[in-house]
Design a binder for this molecule. Structure first.
Ligand SMILES: Cc1cc2nc3c(=O)[nH]c(=O)nc-3n(C[C@H](O)[C@H](O)[C@H](O)COP(=O)(O)OP(=O)(O)OC[C@H]3O[C@@H](n4cnc5c(N)ncnc54)[C@H](O)[C@@H]3O)c2cc1C
Ligand code: SF4
Ligand code: SF4
Length: 408
């Protein structure tokens, strides 16, 4: 385990290391540097100390025979026998990466009575499906699923493992990576292969979204990444594609927790699947005013979304938050009501055809990405929009009836 210590009799309290620490994890106490608990062991302070007063012991890197690791795996997440869209999106990306690496794409499918899904996985880009169809895998359990996948990784040695950044994927992937002592990059927004090293370059926002970091995992395998839904597009399915299905049987793995019952709180259409989202920001003013945005969403057959402050205040549930620490969405129409357009919010807007922004400030950054902008008080504009949409619907209905009446 890596560790860092100040050698007290060498430190002169010059404070140089304080400026070098990006995490504010060093303070001077009684003219001697002290490393605080939030130190991430990044090592940035070591070089700046001219007095060799910082002792940094790095973890020994166990050498792994990288040449033994081949192929790209995608965890095929399913629920009640239906594949999660993110798994299909990842298969498309994996196919693209596999063309560069000249290797194959394997989908890992665990569950009970899920055989049928193999053909869908092949249609969406898998060359092979490793299938474990067992009654004891019926309910997702991060420990049990994790142990099964770890065994498979140790046996088949894939060089890359991709997992959807869903709630299941987010609990499963760290279990796998920490047990295998390999790296994991969460919430990637880009995946590429470096032409020279052939390493997976994992891009994700860092330092509060102010810069994009490119992360590699050069010494350990597999290279692991999670990706949120809607970041990549799935391939057009080809149901004539041929692939290999390998059935695997294993004795049951014991979990630490037992599922007693499933409680499904999801109501109606999810943000990730919505084609129209009406999203509220702090500019909406109060929880009561959100009702207006809800009415507009209902009129348009859409779903309510929100910025983070609205969730932090408690006006909207976290499940509806759009952005870097919320959901990535890709509706056809996104209506931003009283949202400034901070970079962390925009990070959640994927491939959107039309963005409509309503904001009182004509200089708000959201107008830089919006296709249509309305400058004004959102609480005055929303009732007007709702009224106009209702009237337009009536007109459409009437002309439709007239059309039917005049039809021979
Ligand atoms: C690490 C990190 C992660 C983050 N993750 C997220 C995330 O996932 N999602 C997210 O949204 N944010 C996230 N943030 C916060 C982000 O930086 C912004 O603070 C946030 O997006 C701002 O939300 P907002 O636009 O609702 O509020 P504000 O920035 O306060 O903007 C309110 C807007 O409403 C307008 N307005 C005010 N009154 C009216 C009115 N009556 N009518 C019309 N317009 C009006 C104002 O002109 C203003 O533009 C994150 C920040 C950090 C540091
Ligand atoms: S740079 Fe070195 S000598 Fe100066 S305060 Fe930090 S640890 Fe001490
Ligand atoms: S190792 Fe990194 S986080 Fe820790 S004190 Fe040094 S610079 Fe700060």
């Amino acid at each position: 385990m890596a560790s860092i210590n100040i050698i007290k009799n060498k430190c002169i309290g010059c404070k140089r290391c304080i400026g070098a620490c990006p995490f504010g994890a060093i303070e001077i106490v009684d003219k001697v540097a002290v490393i605080k608990e939030n130190c991430t062991l990044c090592g940035s302070c070591v070089e700046v100390c001219k007095f060799n007063a910082i002792n940094f012991e790095r973890d020994k890197i166990e050498s792994v025979d990288l040449s033994k690791y081949k192929g790209i795996w995608v965890f095929a997440e399913q629920r009640y026998g239906k594949l999660k869209s993110v798994s299909l999106e990842l298969l498309g990306k994996a196919k693209e990466l596999s063309d560069v690496l000249k290797t194959k794409v394997t989908a890992i499918l665990l569950g009970h009575r899920v055989n049928e899904l193999c053909h869908e996985l092949i249609a969406y880009g898998a060359d092979e499906v490793l299938l474990m169809d067992e009654e004891w895998l019926n309910d997702f359990n991060d420990h049990i699923y994790g142990e099964v996948i770890i065994d498979l990784v140790n046996k088949y040695k894939p060089e890359i493992v991709l997992v959807g950044a869903t709630s299941k994927g987010r609990s499963l992937s760290p279990h796998i990576s920490s047990t295998l002592k390999t790296g994991l990059t969460a919430d990637c927004t880009g995946l590429n292969i470096d032409k020279e090293s052939k390493l997976l370059v994992q891009t994700r926002p860092a330092f509060g979204g102010n810069l994009m970091a490119e992360i590699i995992c050069p010494n350990n395998r597999p290279q692991m990444a999670t990706v949120r839904p809607k970041v990549f597009k799935p391939l057009k399915p080809d149901y004539n594609r041929k692939g290999k299905i390998t059935k695997i049987h294993k004795p049951p793995v014991e979990g630490f927790v037992k599922l007693i019952r499933n409680i499904d709180n999801s109501e109606g259409l999810s943000l990730s699947d919505a084609e129209i989202i009406v999203s509220v920001g702090r500019g909406i003013g109060s929880a009561k005013n959100i009702q207006l945005a809800k009415e507009l969403a209902d009129e348009l057959g859409g779903v309510l979304g929100s910025s983070r402050p609205v969730v932090d205040i408690g006006w909207m549930p976290y499940s509806q938050q759009v952005g870097q620490t919320g959901k990535t969405v890709a509706p056809k129409v996104y209506i931003a009501c009283g949202i400034s357009g901070a970079i962390q919010h925009l990070a959640g807007l994927a491939d959107i055809e039309t963005i409509i922004a309503i904001n009182a400030d004509s200089e708000a950054p959201i107008f830089k990405v919006a296709n249509y902008g309305i400058v004004g008080d959102v609480n005055e504009i929303l009732p007007l929009l709702i009224k106009n949409i209702k009237e337009a619907k009536i007109t459409i209905d009437k002309s439709y009836i007239e059309h039917i009446n005049t039809y021979p």
